[in-house]
Design a protein around this ligand. Structure first.
Ligand code: ATP
Length: 248
């Protein structure tokens, strides 16, 4: 059947501090049930794109000055991040952002704040997170600030899952992690996608790993999409191989 489009970004421009044009007309779409990768080097505009979607640019003096952002055909550019979470879209920020003084489990519980649910439902939701992240169950009573970088990334993703999202915007999950942990985290993303039906838009500098796990990719360079296509095709594209996968 026809794939349903969840998120649609149409030709957006983003300007910081009223003068610095960073996104110069970016368009992309995220289908239901897919893992979509937003690729590109440092400073290409990946984080800015995700923050434009979840309306997190204001605190950085950034604004969307052109184009539109639709979720399930509704304009979402003016919604608060909390309202967007209620609609099913949540962002996991780059750099993990745990509450360091709270335990792992307390961090996860903060993720359900937008939902008014029973203790039984909460316990069930926690269990589901622990099914995907058994390490977090082992460390549930540890102070998050004392867990490893990989565990903190898991906490950040797990906390997002506690909001029961339809779509997760995941910023640079591989950042600062050893290759084996990167594989582990991408593997979990893939099973959440396949078994729970969660859709992902993930920003990654690590093109190699992202294109192995994603279905579709967009490549950003200096605020423009320069190439997009099914991940399997991008992996075989000579330019992608040379400039992003380091093979030639
Ligand atoms: P990274 O992987 O480093 O996060 P990125 O592809 O996510 O890179 P962005 O963080 O979106 O890139 O940055 C895109 C451009 O916007 C960069 O040139 C950056 O210097 C600039 N930029 C980001 N935030 C601001 C800001 N608050 N004010 C001015 N310029 C900014």
């Amino acid at each position: 059947g026809k794939t349903e489009t969840l998120l649609e970004v149409n030709n957006i421009e983003v300007i910081y501090n009223h003068v610095i044009l960073v996104l110069k007309g970016v368009s992309l779409s995220v289908p239901k049930g897919g893992i979509t990768a937003l690729l590109g080097g440092n400073g290409a505009g990946k984080t800015t794109t995700l923050k434009a979607i979840s309306n997190l640019l204001h605190s950085e003096r950034g604004e969307v000055t052109k184009g539109s952002i639709l979720y399930r055909d509704d304009p979402v550019a003016d919604l608060s991040p909390a309202e967007l979470v209620r609609r099913g879209v949540i962002q996991v920020m780059e750099g993990r952002h745990c509450f360091e003084h709270l335990t792992v489990e307390e961090n996860l519980l903060t993720g359900s704040y937008t939902r008014n649910i029973s203790r039984a439902q909460l316990a069930q939701d926690l269990d589901l997170v622990y099914t995907y992240f058994p390490r977090l169950k082992e460390r549930r009573k540890s102070q998050a600030g004392y867990t490893s970088g990989g565990e903190q990334q898991m906490v950040a993703i797990g906390r997002a899952l506690m909001s029961k999202p339809e779509t997760v915007l995941l910023d640079e999950p591989s950042m600062g992690l050893a290759p084996q942990l990167v594989e582990e985290i991408f593997g979990i993303v893939k099973s959440l996608n396949e078994q729970e039906g969660v859709s992902f838009l993930l920003a990654e500098q690590n093109t190699n790993v992202a294109l192995r796990f994603a279905h579709y990719g967009y490549i950003l360079e200096s605020g423009r999409v320069v190439m997009d296509g099914p991940a399997a095709e991008l992996r075989e594209n000579p330019d992608v191989k040379e400039f992003y996968l380091g093979m030639s």
